[in-house]
Design a protein around this ligand. Structure first.
Ligand SMILES: Cc1cc2nc3c(=O)[nH]c(=O)nc-3n(C[C@H](O)[C@H](O)[C@H](O)COP(=O)(O)OP(=O)(O)OC[C@H]3O[C@@H](n4cnc5c(N)ncnc54)[C@H](O)[C@@H]3O)c2cc1C
Ligand code: FES
Length: 358
């Protein structure tokens, strides 16, 4: 996949452990994107070639300026590198915007938006707010934003300014789990009980147009999704994005896969169709298809390598494969042939995967 180069125009320290990075795309290499999509940075950090995705926090209408926000992860390779060393004027390689956690802000009639985020999960929601609130028929936007304390609220000032500029359009509710003593707002994590109470109080459940966009840590997402299901909110109106999914080691995953006979060493010859060419590669036992194909020099699309971003999505044309826990494609899409190669292992000997049909 081709990368594009973007120069860092401004870096803003949003909190002690989060920075917003604004690029200026002078050459118009990114003509458009959908709010909710992410940029993938392609970097070499400490001698390792790595890719990390960061959701875009700006509106497409702000192009050629495009921004992302990075929050430090304890011990994290790239987030720490960016927070500690990135400087204005640096040029970064990125993959063009991608992602299906999106909002069509150009719709003639926009639904009520219920945005629920925690920590860095605010980033894609911020792009959704900025792109819709300036529309003539801007919808009502409810933002529920969870953080530890007042100091860890990313985009605090921007949110206050937007709320003041668009009274009645944007309603921000902060939930803080460890607020300082004098704090008079809501002291809670985002969890099902309080979210159910808040949505009832604001008559959100009664609004049949309301679309829910959720982004944050695993536990929070699970709680909110469960709560919405209990409230009978149809799945089509619920959208979610994960930033991280923990996995067992691949070797352990492979032990659960069936062997065909006593001589079966678990490796499989598979076919991958890419740019009109069919490549045959041997995937050893305990290896995922993507990592094996990359080690053979195939230029496959990917970013997260943990089954959340959806960039390695392809079509299974024939044969059987095992797909480890993932968040990027639905069960029905898998039944229709969609697969993720970053968390996919071949099961049968006749597996063929088509990247051109994706
Ligand atoms: C679609 C998508 C959009 C994203 N958008 C953003 C964004 O807008 N802002 C942002 O800050 N990050 C975002 N991320 C996460 C980001 O891509 C990196 O995963 C994150 O910065 C950590 O990378 P690292 O190299 O610092 O940590 P790594 O070196 O990859 O990981 C270090 C350790 O932390 C664990 N870990 C890694 N990430 C997390 C996490 N998120 N939560 C808990 N444990 C973790 C790992 O298991 C590992 O043990 C997004 C991810 C995806 C897939
Ligand atoms: S590379 Fe992200 S889902 Fe496969």
């Amino acid at each position: 996949m081709q990368t594009i180069k973007l120069a860092v125009q401004t870096i803003i320290r949003e909190t002690e452990d989060a920075i917003a990075i604004y690029f200026r795309d002078e050459l118009g290499q990114i003509p458009h994107f959908w709010p909710g999509q992410f940029l993938t940075l392609v970097l070499n950090v400490k001698g390792q070639n790595v890719r990390r995705s960061y959701s875009i926090c700006t509106s497409p209408t702000a192009l050629p300026v495009i921004g992302v926000c990075v929050k430090r992860v304890d011990g994290g390779l790239v987030s720490n590198h960016l927070l500690d060393t990135l400087q204005e004027g640096d040029v970064l390689e990125v993959l063009e915007p991608y992602g299906t956690f999106t909002l069509n802000y150009k719709m003639a009639v926009l639904p009520t938006l219920v945005l629920i985020g925690a920590g860095s999960g605010i980033t894609p929601l911020m792009s959704m707010i900025k792109s819709t609130i300036e529309q003539v028929h801007a919808p009502k936007i409810h933002l529920f934003y969870g953080n530890r304390s007042e100091n860890s609220i990313i985009f605090k000032e921007q949110l206050e300014q937007l709320e003041a500029k668009y009274p009645g359009k944007l309603e921000v509710t902060h939930l803080l789990s460890r607020a300082s003593e004098g704090y008079t707002g809501i002291r809670s994590r985002i969890e099902s009980k309080i979210m159910s109470a808040l949505c009832s109080e604001k008559a959100i459940f009664a609004d049949a147009s309301a679309n829910y966009y959720i982004c944050g840590p695993d536990g929070m997402m699970h709680d909110v999704l469960h709560m919405l299901e209990n409230q009978g909110i149809p799945k089509e109106r619920v959208h979610k994005e994960s930033f991280f999914l923990a996995h067992k080691p691949a070797e352990e995953v492979a032990t659960s896969l069936p062997a065909t006979d006593a001589n079966d060493d678990g490796s499989r010859m598979i076919k991958l169709k890419l740019d009109g060419n069919v490549h045959e590669i041997k995937v050893p036992k305990g290896k995922y298809i993507l990592e094996t194909a990359l080690s053979h020099g195939l230029d496959l699309p990917y970013a997260c390598t943990m089954g959340v971003c959806g960039m390695c999505r392809a079509v299974k044309v024939q044969g059987e494969m095992f797909i480890e826990e993932q968040e990027a494609i639905s069960e029905s899409e898998i039944e229709d042939g969609a697969c993720l190669t970053c968390v996919g292992m071949p099961v049968s000997h006749d597996l063929m995967i088509d990247y051109d049909a994706r």
